[in-house]
Design a binder for this molecule. Structure first.
Ligand SMILES: Cc1ncc(COP(=O)(O)O)c(C=O)c1O
Length: 507
């Protein structure tokens, strides 16, 4: 048992790194650049202070596979901050945390209830663990063309139909800032003694302003993978896995992390998690309140622009939206006769503004710790200029809705490891996919391994391709071809996978 108490002003990992560099230690260990000496150009470009801290696991700096000193201390501080019982530092992104959550509760053949709009990393967790997904459908807002959250009734229905499911997986909030009824769903799941695993990639900031959706740990969820690097202020790829309650075996979580995480963690990433945690502990409430207010101001300014519509409070009236995060500025541009992809390109090329993502109808600007009135004014001015310069107004370019969710014919893992053939996407209707196709970001698959490809999906992908959306997931980088199962399903396989055909519709 780890008994020492720590204060949030401490920086255990950074302090250990600093001591190592100040000791004047002569290194005969990797990384081979030896604090920058072995690559002068890199030292010049990235900075000597930074390269001096690029060290590796050793006694003084602890070991991520079995933390006992400074990493353990830093993890304890992070757990305290987020109200968790355990925190695990991640250097392979939240992807690794999501895979670890699923692998910690599911063995091959176990069922997991999961919204179909989960990020591709969740599908990775399903394939790696061999779990069988019970997909639940999120509500869809056709006007915005985006998925909302899932209703508690939908989860209840899935649990009733599949009482043997090992866990419930939720997204809190979605990329677009939409949160489901987390607290109610957690209570419901716990009544059945089922753990709730939360993808909190977009939620590292939630607990610092009470106007934001409830965070996973506050709602009583059992595990949450949180991208500190996205909205908590640490370096890219550094994340946290948080755990509480008695439904999860922490030894199993550690064993899974040791299986899938690197043995050579970057200490720059680890130190950045520590430093971000300190900032959030000391100033989080003030900083997050300020960006919340800043985003609301920008939203009201953008809403004054003719032809643009920013997602606002009214989204709470949509089924499946229980709470929302206003720091995500979702600008609907369809009334300008533009797609979101076109708007993203204009902003990038003409105004040197890069948004987080675009889709057919919207662009999404993330407001976070590094923003101020000036950065947002630049965005507002650019959007105003673009809208005023459009002669075509109120001509919607696309009426195409998000495709209906396809039928799951065989488990994602079986499809992933099956014998496959490559065929043109345009001829793939009715075939069973062995790959994903998704626009990235947001990384939500339009089709997953094991699903039957529909004409609606093919048409939608073709529209995205025409819009030059960044499509990923297939072996063919142009997504003109797709890998499908070589053989048609035999009756035996069909019977075996009968239980997998489980899209639970929202009611
Ligand atoms: C909803 C969601 N979950 C998980 C991830 C994966 O996070 P990471 O990129 O840190 O691996 C992302 C990344 O964008 C995401 O948007």
């Amino acid at each position: 048992m780890f008994k020492k108490t720590f204060e949030q002003k401490q920086l255990p990992i950074y302090a250990a790194l600093k001591k190592y560099t100040e000791d004047g230690t002569t290194s005969f260990h990797v990384p081979g650049h030896k604090q920058g000496r072995g690559n002068q150009e890199m030292k010049k470009l990235l900075g000597s202070a930074c390269l001096k801290l690029d060290l590796t696991c050793m006694e003084d700096l602890d070991n991520i596979c079995n933390p006992v000193s400074v990493i353990k201390e830093a993890e304890t501080l992070a757990a305290q901050l987020y109200g968790a019982e355990h925190a695990y530092f991640l250097v392979n992104g939240t992807t690794c945390g999501i895979q670890a959550m699923i692998m910690s509760v599911c063995e091959p053949g176990d069922k997991i209830i999961i919204p179909r709009n989960a990020h591709k990393s969740a599908l990775g967790g399903i394939i790696l663990s061999g779990a069988e997904p019970i997909y639940i459908e999120p509500e869809i807002d056709d006007s915005l063309g985006i998925a909302m959250g899932v209703k508690a009734e939908t989860v209840a229905q899935a649990l009733e139909k599949h009482p043997e499911a090992k866990a419930i997986f939720l997204i809190n909030p979605t990329y677009y800032g939409i949160a489901s009824e987390l607290q109610t769903i957690v209570n419901l799941a716990h009544a059945f003694r089922k753990p709730v695993l939360v993808d909190e990639a977009h939620g590292a900031h939630l607990k610092f302003d009470s106007r934001l959706p409830l965070s996973a740990m506050e709602a009583g969820a059992d595990l949450a993978a949180s991208s500190t690097h996205k909205l908590g202020g640490s370096l890219t790829q550094s994340s946290l896995l948080l755990q509480q309650g008695d439904l999860i075996n922490s030894k199993k979580v550690k064993a899974v992390l040791n299986l899938i995480q690197t043995t050579s963690p970057s200490y720059l990433l680890l130190a950045s998690l520590d430093i971000a945690r300190k900032q959030l502990a000391e100033k989080g409430e003030r900083l997050i309140t300020a960006i919340y207010d800043l985003a609301q101001w920008a939203r009201s300014e953008i809403n004054k622009i003719e032809g643009l519509d920013v997602m606002g409070e009214e989204v709470l009236e949509q089924p499946g939206c229980f709470a929302w995060d206003p720091t995500k500025i979702v600008v609907n541009v369809k009334a300008l006769g533009l797609s979101g992809y076109e708007m993203e390109k204009i902003l990038r090329k003409k105004y040197q503004i890069q948004v987080e993502l675009s889709d057919l109808f919207n662009v999404l600007a993330v407001v976070s710790l590094g923003d101020n009135r000036e950065s947002l004014r630049k965005l507002i001015t650019a959007l105003k200029e673009i809208a005023e310069g459009r002669s075509v107004k109120n001509v919607v370019k696309y009426f195409i809705p998000l495709p209906t969710l396809p039928e799951l014919a065989i488990s994602p893992r079986k499809a992933f490891f099956a014998e496959t053939r490559l065929i043109p996407l345009d001829k793939a209707e009715g075939e069973i996919s062995a790959e994903m196709i998704m626009a990235y970001p947001p990384g939500i698959p339009l089709v997953c391994p094991g699903e039957k490809i529909t004409q609606e999906i093919i048409d939608y992908v073709n529209v995205l391709r025409k819009e030059r959306a960044e499509l990923q997931g297939t072996e063919d980088p142009e997504v003109k071809e797709i890998k499908v199962l070589k053989k048609r399903l035999s009756m035996a396989e069909k019977t075996e996978t009968e239980n997998v055909k489980t899209h639970v519709r929202a009611i």
